[in-house]
Design a binder for this molecule. Structure first.
Ligand code: BES
Ligand code: MN
Ligand code: MN
Length: 478
């Protein structure tokens, strides 16, 4: 690649030579204004497709969503686009190569969404998108169909206005919400096709429109299902109670032993590889004026519960977690039933930080269970998801381009924040393709992703499109 890594271009000291092109970019606002109805119509067509990756019988819908994305790629300016099969749900690839000598930006996103349940908690139907209070409501409005659309429409503007300063490739998958089980292999098999200088992703949040932030890290994840089994059938709790160990009680005891009251995780070795941040790094991360009271109020929590010695932003961004995501067993219907269950289960997940490894975490968790599960029952530990954590330095060429773009549009330089969420494939991109990812997301915590009434404010949508266009400009502005 003819990429002038040696010529360090500091975007904060914009040379005069850029001034001419800078003025040329100024019609982006007008372009959005003139085309926003169409942008929303196109996005709504995609939002109407219930592409829930977690459900196995969704083949028709998943292919319909993938095909929709492919068609939008073509109508938005890609010279080529195709739906490509994987072992799981299909991947959509699109590209516009203007000159192989120029740098290439690979845009990643996902067309799959989380299940919409519980349906009765939605004000409007999850797959019948509407605009209410200047927000788009619907499953995927933010995560990630809305954010992906900002990428496509910023690209469309750059192409239509003949301003694209680099090559663009799109990789959009349908398995992100189930931790991308096929994408790593897809990357290994399509390394050449995916060659690029930087990966650009809009699938994260910022603090607010007034306080823009940029994501410098994602947590990894290790997700398990744990089942404790006792007798071969549910038993009469009077006839057997007192002499048979109850799997639900055992499960509860084990879960209770995983964490102390201060939020410290007690599995031996759990913190072994956790990177502690320097005072300097912590200072930078805590510079963001994060409103803890409002954060708690929004979710109607009386008091936040943070690991001893850490701030809320650190608790979300740089510390690992362990949470029960679901727990069941025995009788949960109306009234009482005097039984002792045959088995009890829980979904338990851990969010990981650098340099924890989901494989190692699985092993130490399993060793711990071997030690603590009494021999009056048996256990089964099934790993469901795994993903590595990711970090990018705030002070790199590609991050500076993103920071300059957001500053240009929001009027304020975005501060770095480590996100608590996970996009497992981002670490795989670095490992397999050797490419760093810039996480330029425009969602808000209040968008309720994965929850009922997911939404995306129109302001974020438009400002996101504008910022991404400026990213291209700053990324190769000479
Ligand atoms: N877009 C989210 C991740 C995200 C959201 C990162 C907000 C940062 C800020 C992504 O679609 C997601 O939900 N990921 C899952 C991954 C899991 C299924 C392995 C997650 O974080 O739970
Ligand atoms: Mn997402
Ligand atoms: Mn998601």
């Amino acid at each position: 690649m003819n990429f002038k890594n040696d010529v360090y271009r500091n975007v904060f000291k914009m040379p005069a030579v850029l001034y001419f092109r800078k003025k040329q970019m100024d019609n982006i606002k007008k372009y959005i204004e003139q085309n926003k109805e169409r942008f929303l119509n196109e996005l709504f067509n995609l939002l109407r497709i219930p592409s829930v990756s977690a459900q196995k019988d969704n083949k028709e819908t998943m292919y319909r969503a993938a095909t929709n994305v492919k068609d939008v790629f073509i109508s938005s300016g890609c010279a080529q686009a195709r739906v490509m099969d994987t072992e799981g749900w299909p991947v959509v690839y699109g590209e516009k190569i203007i000159n192989p000598e120029l740098p290439t930006v690979l845009v990643y996103g996902h067309y799959d969404v989380q299940p919409p349940e519980p349906l009765e908690e939605w004000t409007s139907h999850p797959f019948k998108p509407v605009i209410r209070d200047d927000k788009i409501y619907g499953r995927g409005a933010d995560d990630d169909k809305g954010q992906l659309f900002m990428q496509i429409k910023a690209f469309e503007y750059m192409v239509k206005d003949n301003k694209l300063p680099c090559n663009v490739k799109f990789l959009v998958e349908g398995e992100e919400e189930i931790s991308s089980p096929s994408l790593k292999k897809f990357c290994i098999e399509n390394k050449k096709m995916l060659e690029a200088d930087v990966i650009l992703v809009s699938d994260t949040t910022m603090l607010s429109l007034a306080e823009p932030t940029i994501t410098t890290g994602l947590r990894g994840i290790a997700y398990f299902e744990l089942t404790i089994t006792g007798p071969n059938r549910d038993l009469h709790s009077g006839l057997y109670g007192g002499v048979v160990n109850n799997p639900a009680n055992v499960l509860a005891t084990i879960i209770a032993s995983l964490k102390d009251a201060d939020g410290c995780i007690l599995i031996p070795g759990f913190y072994d590889n956790v990177v502690e941040l320097s005072e300097e790094e912590r200072e930078l991360l805590n510079r963001v004026s994060f409103n803890e009271v409002q954060f708690a109020n929004n979710i109607k929590v009386k008091k936040l519960h943070v690991e001893r010695g850490y701030t809320v932003l650190e608790g979300i961004g740089i510390r690992p977690t362990l949470d029960v995501n679901g727990i069941w067993g025995g009788y949960t219907g109306q009234g009482a039933k005097t039984i002792m269950p045959s088995r009890a289960s829980a979904k338990i997940s851990m969010r990981l930080v650098p340099n924890q490894d989901p494989e190692k975490i699985k092993n130490i968790f399993n060793s711990y269970l071997q030690k603590v599960v009494p021999d009056s029952v048996t256990y089964q530990l099934t790993p469901l998801h795994g993903g590595n954590p990711y970090v990018i330095s705030y002070d790199t060429r590609e991050m500076r381009s993103a920071v300059a773009a957001i500053e240009k549009v929001f009027g304020k330089r975005p501060l770095p924040v480590r996100s608590g969420g996970s996009i497992p494939v981002v670490a795989d991109f670095e490992e397999v393709l050797g490419i760093k990812t810039v996480l330029m997301g425009f969602g808000l915590d209040t968008d309720a992703i994965h929850s009922p009434n997911e939404n995306f404010p129109l302001q974020n949508f438009y400002k996101g499109i504008e910022s991404i266009a400026w990213f291209y400009y700053y990324y190769n502005a000479d």
